[in-house]
Design a protein around this ligand. Structure first.
Ligand SMILES: O=c1ccn([C@H]2C[C@H](O)[C@@H](CO)O2)c(=O)[nH]1
Ligand SMILES: [Zn+2]
Length: 132
């Protein structure tokens, strides 16, 4: 699948966002090796800390269906720069996706910033840091 199509999937995902509090819609589209796309949107809650970002919605959907071979992710929001994922999402992406996987950060103006997982969270805390 080409990147433009993956970005379009993220825009479609964004339409499903449940954002009564922030009114800030975010969409993500996660591509797997076999070409399957998992869409994710942000889902908020009256108990604000329960809000879930689009990126983690997409990843948790995919992982819980048994997917492990992730090859790219696109994220979109109505921001002036390509939308930067929050720290929590960077940590989760870093754990579940390959270090060299590309993340396409975008906005509705068509700006695209391409980063690897390693670039998204350099030196991430990881399983290797746990002494078991
Ligand atoms: O990369 C991002 C940044 C923010 N949000 C969500 C969380 C919350 O619902 C709203 C405002 O922070 O946007 C995402 O889903 N992804
Ligand atoms: Zn996040």
């Amino acid at each position: 699948m080409n990147i433009e199509k993956l970005i379009q999937e993220a825009k479609t995902a964004r339409e499903a966002a449940y954002v009564p509090y922030s009114k800030f819609q975010v969409g993500a589209a996660l591509l797997t090796k076999d070409g399957t796309v998992y869409r994710g949107c942000n889902i908020e809650n009256a108990a604000y800390s329960m809000c879930n970002c689009a990126e983690r919605t997409a990843l948790f959907k995919a992982y819980s269906e048994g997917e492990k071979n992730f090859t790219a992710m696109a994220v979109v929001a109505d921001t002036s720069r390509p939308v930067p994922p929050c720290g929590a999402c960077r940590q989760v992406i870093s754990e579940l996706c390959p270090k060299d996987m590309k993340i396409f950060l975008t906005n509705l103006n068509g700006d695209v910033e391409e980063l690897s997982v390693e670039e998204l969270l350099p030196g991430a805390f990881s399983a290797e840091d746990l002494h078991e």
